[in-house]
Design a protein around this ligand. Structure first.
Ligand code: CDP
Length: 241
């Protein structure tokens, strides 16, 4: 275990349940939880709000330099209201979940300049350790030194169904086929981009949540974390590392 606390990285495709699990684990362990997807969504929100062309890398990059993003944990017990994210002081927590953001976010997240700019922010947020950070490139690029890495998968059908339900429950009137198209398109762009694609880090533990309950997956993950922590503790005690 590193001197400054444990770092847990979670990566995986769209709507695979990373956020739910990340929050549950962080809450259970008393760790900080950082959803890096929310940061890309927040940038996308501002790009769209300012009518900037999503292909104009230089303009988006200079916008990002002038943007202040911060994330604050709430006191709420509800996982749906776990944290709020602010862009230049304004709360965008709800707005970044709009399907319009889903439609555009991956095209902005694929731009190397923007990703490079956000590396610093993400690493800074993880600095103190005792953190669960989730995204697409956390175990591979942002925090390759993470103590424990998980890579989540679930069948495409299940992921689409989950996201569709989520959006309907939030009150969006959206078609199942549109959700399907958006998820598949995002996964394609995210995994095919040249710079920092969605990838399973070599040392990541694969978690398949298809047809498994949230409790089941949570218990499995907490068990793995417990075992790894015990093992590290023993190694430190015996001066192995
Ligand atoms: O919640 P969901 O799985 O739908 O996506 P998200 O985690 O909110 O991420 C939204 C989008 O941000 C992804 O589709 C990626 O394009 C981008 N993203 C990324 O490129 N790198 C990350 N570390 C996190 C998100």
């Amino acid at each position: 275990m590193k001197k400054n606390g444990l770092i847990i990285a979670i990566d995986g495709p769209a709507a695979v349940g990373k956020s739910t699990m990340g929050k549950l684990i962080a809450r259970e362990l008393g760790f900080l939880y950082i959803d890096t997807g929310a940061i890309y969504r927040a940038i996308t929100w501002k790009v769209l709000k300012n009518n900037i062309n999503i292909k104009d890398e230089d303009k988006i990059s200079s916008m990002v330099s002038d943007t202040y993003i911060n994330i604050e944990r709430t006191n709420s017990k509800s996982l749906n209201d776990y944290y709020h994210i602010f862009v230049d002081g304004g709360d965008v927590t709800e707005e970044i979940r709009n399907p319009r953001i889903d439609q555009n976010v991956s095209q902005i997240a694929r731009l190397p300049k923007i990703r490079k700019q956000l590396i610093y922010l993400q690493r800074k947020l993880a600095e103190k350790g005792n953190i669960v950070m989730e995204g697409r490139d956390i175990g591979s690029v942002i925090l390759p030194q993470a103590d424990i890495k998980f890579y989540f998968t679930a069948s495409e059908e299940e992921r689409i169904k989950r996201r569709y339900r989520e959006l309907i429950d939030k009150g969006y009137s959206i078609n199942y086929e549109v959700v399907k198209k958006q998820i598949m398109q995002r996964d394609k762009i995210d995994s095919k981009r040249k710079y920092a694609p969605l990838i399973k880090a070599k040392d990541a533990i694969l978690i398949d949540s298809t047809e498994k309950s949230i409790e089941e997956v949570k218990d499995k993950i907490l068990n793995i974390i417990k075992k790894i922590r015990e093992c590290r503790k023993k190694q430190i005690e015996n001066n192995i590392i």
